[in-house]
Design a protein around this ligand. Sequence first.
Ligand code: FAD
Length: 500
Amino acid sequence: MTVMQQSQRDTAPLSIAIAGGGTAGWMAAAALSRLTGCRVTLVESDAIGTVGVGEATIPQIRLFNRSLGIDESEFLRETRGTFKLGIEFAGWRKPGESYMHAFGNLGRGAGLLPFHQLWLRGRELGVAGDLSAYSLNEVAARAGRMEMWPTGQGPDLPWAYHFDASLYAAFLRRFAEARGAVRVEGRIASVDRDTDSGDIQSLALDSGERIEADFFLDCTGFRALLSGASADFEDWSHWLPCDRAIALPSAGDGEPVPFTRATAHTAGWQWRIPLQHRTGNGLVYCSEYLSDDEAEATLRAHLDGEALGEPNRLRFTTGMRGAPWSGNCLALGLAAGFLEPLESTSIHLIQSGIARFLAMLPRRGATHVMAEEFNRQSRFEWESVRDFLILHYAANERHGEAFWDRCRTMTLPDSLSARLDLFRATGYLHREHEELFTEPGWVQVLVGQGILPHDTHPNADALDPSGLARLLGEIESGIASLVDRMPTHAEFLRRHCAPQ
Ligand code: FAD
């Protein structure tokens, strides 16, 4: 670009209209108003409301909150949040068994070998404990403990949060409005487009008001009002067949534990998410194998604590929109697609969509190349999350239950099959640089679901058995004594959330 062209550049701030004020809409409004000079208007309809679920997160949310300058204890107080160190999967391999996908590392590796290779060799030699004993997060979570150390001055104990999603949206609304975002209450009745380019020109509200903007974010949830409900939607329900959920909070029963629990049932699974003031519960199920009444009965029969209010019923199709960014409109949140909540990834996918959009922020007139690249990166991210979710379903040993038999015998995506073949051969795990889930995360789920390699890395043969036994013992006892010295999660929460 020449100096002359630079001086002619249009420097008026980009105007962005956000349709929808659920978690996606307010996360986007908060980020745009804090981190860009864009003019932000958000339209939402109180009469329509939000999906009203979505309470468990993964550690990346801390980056989002930190980039906005949100104070953690204020955030936890306002959203009645708790800490989350991982997810327990109960009954997923078979009834009566459980394992955890805990955040953070497993043990420590040696030379070329990642820790799981040492553990596999230790198992062969009969000197290794259960894999869970080498995860600080899991041992702390199961003991109901939590601690935090100044960055770089303590062990690695990454955390995420459980929180009340509607309180989080309200918190972000106050944050965004204080930074200039304008909220408009009203129902969007139609979307006006340029007849040639197809770009959106304005949103027409029931009141007759028109919201014009340079760029639009479709955060209208499953309705996907701006992007079209079915256009370019890729249906993944043949791999992730659950299509309904029923949510019902209950009164908290004692101190909140610092982990999410996902319990497998005959045709789906139940989540349990402890907050400060209540417990979030829900059953995700496949309507082909379980009726709505059976689902409600199953959920009620497995509630800890008294049910609060009436159940919230939801229907969905798992899959993603092939082109979330099209023309001058980007779909975020449920409007972009839905991978079921098993690994608490939806809010993260909103966050990563926002981060990607901020990095590619267009000048006036969205550029086609940006959209293509955005969509390519989204696809990669969604497909890798999808594969991780499928693994939990496919590698089950719940023989004789029709839903689980179907999941065990389905044809897997090639990308997942290839990964499983590599792991089965010598415990090798291949992860692309930008993948969301870590190597320890994959290992915990693979081993937890009963998939063990046929062999180990050849370098593991050279490990001295007594040295290996000593190393494993030291890691295990080091973790156990560290956890013994940590405060309980409830004590920590009280201390951490106390107003300064
Ligand atoms: P919504 O919350 O549906 O918001 C849509 C917005 O659009 C609302 O403000 C609505 O008023 C507005 N709107 C719609 N139509 C119009 C119109 N015509 N005019 C004006 N406004 C309109 N995520 C996680 O990260 N962790 C979890 O544990 C988790 N659990 C989940 C469990 C279930 C069963 C489901 C279904 C989802 C779960 N999610 C979870 C996903 C999470 O709930 C959503 O990703 C998140 O809430 C974002 O929703 P949204 O903002 O896209 O849509």
